[in-house]
Design a protein around this ligand. Structure first.
Ligand code: HEC
Length: 244
């Protein structure tokens, strides 16, 4: 093999994956076009407008800085690629009290309010795409979901249901203050005249986690599991649909 062939081969080895993994996806995704609902299959028309609330950007930075993505994913895989819809309440709630089955796969709009899409490296812990929903509807039940999350961050093993939790504690996201006069309203632990209160980082991280509710109804064209047509429409379909 000549040096020229070697140099060409080496360049191609880096160039081809770089074009395929970085350049092509960049041009495919950097200008997101709005996706429209289809009146016939989605039951409404207009454009899909992804929603986001809370201090996402700061929270997302704290999430990244503390390496949560090493153990937690934020990606509900579609049915054709290792379906995640069957995992309990990862993809949305199977039986939401008001809206019924809200499960859906992740889509590109789920990440558009963050600088990086933190899809995660490992799944040592559960997927967090819908953790805001789970905490609110299941774990905190009636009490303040933010307080549940703050306690989890401070020490997951303090929760009697999670005594063997493998999720690390993040005590450095909290401040311990001597109580002088009234106990601070946002104290999560009060002990020996001292109160543990969340820092700004803990607050924004919890806001970020609470915003993880990726179960809004998307246009059928973006979902590989469109909801089944209601009221026997399925049976009527073959007769109505013109062939060819
Ligand atoms: C070393 C791996 C690891 C890291 C790093 C980690 N976690 Fe966890 N986490 C887990 C595991 C495992 C669980 C599952 C249950 C358990 O053992 O508590 C979990 C559970 C959770 C839960 C409860 C989710 C549920 O639905 O039950 C939340 C919320 C959470 N982690 C948030 C975080 C945040 C925020 C960070 C970063 C600040 C983080 N975790 C970092 C391993 C990790």
């Amino acid at each position: 093999m000549s040096f020229r062939q070697f140099a060409f081969g080496l360049t191609a080895c880096f160039l081809v994956p770089w074009v395929a993994i970085v350049i092509i996806p960049f041009f495919m995704m950097h200008h997101l076009k709005p996706v429209a609902y289809n009146e016939a299959t989605d039951g409404k028309d207009g454009l899909y407008r992804p929603q986001a609330t809370g201090r996402l950007v700061n929270g997302s930075e704290v999430y990244a800085a503390n390496g949560c993505y090493h153990c937690h994913s934020q990606l509900i895989r579609p049915v054709y690629a290792g379906n995640d819809l069957g995992r309990p309440d990862w993809a949305g709630l199977k039986s939401d009290e008001e809206r019924g089955d809200t499960r859906r796969q992740s889509n590109i709009f789920d990440y558009q309010f963050e600088k990086f899409a933190q899809i995660g490296e490992n799944r040592f812990g559960p997927d967090l795409s819908n953790v805001g929903l789970r905490v609110e509807k299941e774990y905190a039940k009636g009490s303040d979901p933010k307080v549940w999350l703050l306690n989890h961050l401070y020490n997951p093993r303090a929760n009697p249901k999670l005594v063997t939790s493998k999720c690390p504690s993040f005590p450095f996201l909290f401040e311990t203050k001597k109580i002088q006069g009234q106990t601070p309203a946002n104290a999560i632990v009060v002990k020996d005249g001292e109160a543990v209160v969340p820092s700004f980082e803990a607050d924004v991280l919890v806001d970020y986690l609470m915003s993880m509710k990726h179960d809004d109804a998307v246009p059928g064209s973006m979902n590989h599991l469109p909801p089944a047509p209601k009221g026997g429409a399925k049976a009527a379909a073959p007769a109505a649909a013109p062939k060819g």
